[in-house]
Design a protein around this ligand. Structure first.
Ligand SMILES: [Zn+2]
Length: 486
């Protein structure tokens, strides 16, 4: 029996962050009263004519360039004809054989392997409406239709069938999402449906060139679902091949509760849609200089930024990955790193205390009530020995959300580090006197008690004593323990 490998490609639909629809002035706001954002154009009334939204073209171009695509100077809108209750026009305006952009790629590392995924094309299209089959009082008898989404601008990103595992496919989807969010094209919100993923999957004997029969998995709205749906489907295909059961090309839906996929419909061939050029829209012509001007406004992309954080700041890969999860977090870190001149400490504070505090207070980094240079000042106070680590955490709590500066808090509350060796020795003597039994245990060889005693001294100084001096002083007073340590 040959070994089988999966062959996977993704089709990602991303809503462009425009205020209005792609061919009319209706609002794209999510959660509006059903059928409140409608006009003759998006409702598909006879005689209404589409006018292309310039901002949608700009955002689609941004996305295509960020995904490494070649953006074509001329692309054509096409009608994709099909009947569905949520499609009042009877056709969707999309792009077909002349898409906006082609030949891009994304690359990422997974388990030490370099994964390269070609982007076949990025094209523009309008979204359809939404059928509501449940949740309303008369849902048992009727299907309700909400056309607010009709005409919302989308891009469809189609990858090459380059993926060879469910985990890589989920990772690729997450990398595409990361790029789209980073360049401000999409909000990445999968729960509201502004980012959706379909996956095409087939299996073939390892080494074979010919693709097997594929199925399309529709509307996978989380990375986890992409992975689980594909895992189930790959197993199903391999089992069928091994048992000699013929597979059919079809569209399937994933049920997260059961972890299984079920048939939605047998797959239409492209011809079924009777694509033809949209007669109401001229070809989309983009000036080369305009495309370059869009390119020039792209920010540094997350993958490049991660690599730079490792090389420029000597951060571990882990830190670079966490810090670049959002542009705003990465920006914040860079400001702390620059002002404190201690990138690793800046990284620790941002990933640690600051992130914890943001979670606790349910705040976003964009709205954080702590200036990067204020956090940098705190880092510098530690680095220059003005305060200890334990005190720094206390000072951080007092700074957060209050606008107070670290230096002012330290001065006002007498939190400066105690470096005076005589003073420390006196405190150590007092604390050890109070723990005579533990001291005796230590001297008898139970050396584990050392940390406890140092901790007691630190506590007696409210964390302010220089830990190195405390260690040294405690060691000196305790002397050498008996041979038999345990
Ligand atoms: Zn409209």
């Amino acid at each position: 029996m040959p070994e089988f490998e999966p062959v996977i490609g993704l089709e990602i639909h991303a809503q462009l962050l425009t205020a209005t629809k792609i061919f009319c002035g209706c609002s794209t706001r999510f959660g509006a009263e059903p059928n409140s954002a409608l006009c003759p154009v998006c409702a598909g009334l006879p005689g209404a004519l589409p006018v292309l939204n310039r901002r949608a073209v700009e955002l689609a171009t941004r996305a295509a360039l960020a995904l490494g695509c070649r953006v074509h100077s001329e692309s054509i809108f096409a009608r994709k004809n099909y009947f569905y209750p949520d499609l009042p026009k009877g056709y969707q305006i999309s792009q077909y054989d002349r898409p906006l952009a082609t030949a891009g790629a994304i690359a990422f590392a997974a388990d030490g392997r370099q994964v390269h995924v070609g982007i076949t094309r990025v094209h523009m299209e309008e979204d359809a409406g939404k059928s509501l089959h449940e949740g309303l009082p008369d849902s048992a008898r009727w299907t309700h239709l909400d056309f607010n989404r009709s005409g919302v601008p989308l891009i469809e990103i189609v990858t090459e069938p380059d993926l060879r595992s469910a985990a890589d496919a989920a990772e690729a989807f997450s990398r595409v999402r990361e790029v789209l969010v980073a360049v401000g094209v999409n909000d990445g919100n999968m729960e509201e449906g502004s980012l959706r993923c379909d996956a095409n999957v087939s299996v073939r004997p390892v080494g074979a060139a010919k693709f097997g029969v594929k199925t399309e998995l529709k509307n996978l709205n989380s990375f986890r679902h992409v992975q689980r749906a594909l895992e189930f489907e790959i197993d199903r295909h391999i089992a069928a091949r091994q048992d000699g059961v013929a597979l059919v090309q079809e569209t399937r839906l994933f049920d997260p509760a059961s972890g299984r996929t079920t048939v939605m419909r047998t797959k239409e061939e492209a011809d079924d849609y009777r694509y033809f050029p949209e007669p109401d829209l001229p070809p989309l012509v983009l000036d080369a200089a305009w495309i370059e001007s869009v390119r020039s406004t792209l920010p540094e992309l997350p993958e490049a930024r991660r690599a730079r954080f490792v090389s420029q700041y000597a951060l571990p890969e882990y830190d670079a990955g966490v810090l670049t999860q959002s542009m705003a977090l990465a920006d914040y870190f860079e400001r702390v790193a620059a002002a404190s001149r201690n990138p690793k400490a800046a990284s620790n504070w941002v990933m640690g205390e600051l992130t914890r505090k943001l979670n606790d207070t349910k705040q976003s980094i964009e709205a954080v009530e702590l200036a990067p240079d204020a956090l940098a000042e705190l880092v510098t106070l530690i680095d220059t020995g003005r305060i200890t680590g334990p005190v720094a955490k206390d000072v951080f709590e007092k700074m957060y959300g209050t606008g107070r500066r670290a230096g002012d808090i330290v001065a006002a509350e007498g939190l400066g580090r105690i470096d005076d060796q005589d003073a420390i020795d006196r405190i150590v003597a007092g604390v050890l006197e109070g723990h005579a039994a533990t001291v005796a245990e230590y001297r008898a060889g139970k050396t584990k008690t050392f940390g406890f005693l140092v901790g007691q001294v630190m506590k007696a100084t409210a964390g302010k004593a220089d830990p190195a001096r405390v260690n040294e002083s405690v060691r000196r007073v305790l002397g050498t323990p008996a041979e038999k340590a345990q």
